[in-house]
Ligand binder design. Structure first.
Ligand SMILES: *Cc1c(COP(=O)(O)O)cnc(C)c1O
Length: 401
């Protein structure tokens, strides 16, 4: 029996009745765009993330685009992000007219390397300080924001990122499209009591957090959907306008916007699924632990690591292997579907040739692109399938030669 990389049918078999009654509710209301279902989902999602406001969008890409617009990011500005992510992270920067500035990833978390981030910001700061003197202006800096990506279900190391942002007056937008419910622990200042660690959900630490509810994400719609979360009421209000063609009240358009609305059927379905998200994430973690147990002694394989600062929700179970294409073929022959997220880092994609990056510029991203392999992982995956996958991997490595 084949094991697909993802199998949403298994999930829907369990919750079909609830999904169907949510769909019926929307049909009965006759309201298919925005409306009460969307407003309720937005409140529930904001509460889940621990932020004051959530605004639904038609996709994760739309969420990223709008997050940048409300921060005033536009032509001539620069936004720091990683070259090892889904293209939408970067295409939504360029869509505003801004330019992406890449910083390499850190190989254990696959997310933004904070030491390299600091170097990049300091270099930029020193450069623009000199230029500023030459042209007799206080600053000519174009660097506006940092856009960390919480890849594969684990958050980037947010504390140093937030400290750098504060020191250099930069905004922070989290791409949390792969990290629904992932957490980051941060000590509170000792002056605040109790001095216990505080736990923050993905999306809640930056100025704005962006989510995709693409069907295969940890919280997925049955179609396209996304959201932006923020603690800032003014930005939330502007986001609500921008998703709805700039409409403020009735027929008053304060500015041009977009048709980026979340539809009511998706909101109703997401409301059903949100109730399962924590249990599903917990199951993903158990299955990840089972993979680890079965593969820990295989020297050739680098397993995913949960870093001490947070809670990984395993959107993807990504290992690094030698001789990847041969392994993939071997597993495919055994009926096990795998995937490579992402085989070509963005700085080497033809679409971004104009940015002028070269092979060797981001060695960690390039090495990961050569070696990462995603194995099947979803809450409904059976334990015996993991056993079979682990056995097939061992056999494939032994068969090398
Ligand atoms: C899925 C994803 C997006 C885009 O979301 P869409 O809903 O497909 O537009 C952006 N960033 C990352 C990291 C993603 O995984």
């Amino acid at each position: 029996m084949p094991t697909p990389l993802v199998d949403l049918r298994r999930q829907h078999r369990q919750i079909r009745k609830r999904i169907h009654s949510a769909i019926k509710r929307v049909f009965k209301s006759g309201r298919f765009v925005l409306g009460e279902e969307v407003a309720r989902f937005e409140r529930e999602w904001a509460a889940y993330c621990g932020v004051a406001h959530a605004v639904g969008t038609g996709s994760g890409a739309a969420a990223l685009h709008l997050a940048m617009l409300v921060l005033g990011i536009g032509p001539g500005d620069e936004v720091i992000t990683v070259p090892f992510t889904f293209i939408a992270t970067v295409s939504e920067i360029t869509r505003t007219g801004a330019r992406p500035v890449f910083v390499d990833i850190e190989p254990r978390s696959y997310t933004l390397d904070v030491a390299k981030l600091e170097e990049t910001i300091e270099r930029d700061y020193a450069f623009h300080d000199r230029i500023g003197h030459l042209i007799n202006r206080a600053t000519s800096r174009r660097l506006k924001a940092i856009l960390p990506v919480h890849l594969y279900g684990q958050m980037a190391d947010m504390r140093p990122i937030l400290e750098l942002a504060q020191r250099y007056n930069l905004r922070v937008i989290e791409d949390a499209a792969q990290a629904h419910g992932a957490e980051y622990r941060m000590e509170r200042a000792p002056s605040i009591s109790p001095a216990a660690d505080a736990v923050f959900k993905a999306g809640s630490l930056g100025d704005l957090g962006c989510f995709s509810f693409y069907p295969t994400k940890n919280l997925g719609a049955c179609g396209e959907a996304g959201a932006v979360v923020t603690g800032n009421a003014e930005w939330a209000e502007r986001l609500r306008r921008l998703v709805n063609n700039g409409r403020a009240n009735g027929d008053v358009h304060l500015e041009e916007g977009f048709n980026y609305r979340l539809d009511a059927l998706q909101a109703a379905i997401l409301r059903v699924k949100l109730r399962y998200l924590d249990a599903w994430n917990e199951r993903r973690r158990e299955l990840a632990a089972l993979y680890r147990q079965k593969l820990a002694d295989v020297e050739e394989i680098v397993l995913p690591e949960e870093l001490s600062y947070g809670r990984h929700v395993y959107h993807r179970y990504v290992i690094r292997v030698p001789d990847r294409e041969r392994l993939r073929r071997y597993l495919a022959d055994a009926g096990i579907e795998t995937d490579v997220p992402y085989p070509v880092p963005l700085h080497l994609q033809p679409a971004y040739r104009y940015l002028g990056y070269r092979p060797g510029d981001f060695p960690v991203a390039e090495e990961c692109a050569r070696t990462v392999l995603a194995l099947p992982l979803y809450p409904e995956l059976r334990e015996k399938e993991i056993g079979r996958i682990a056995r097939a991997l061992r056999a494939a490595l032994r068969a090398r030669g």
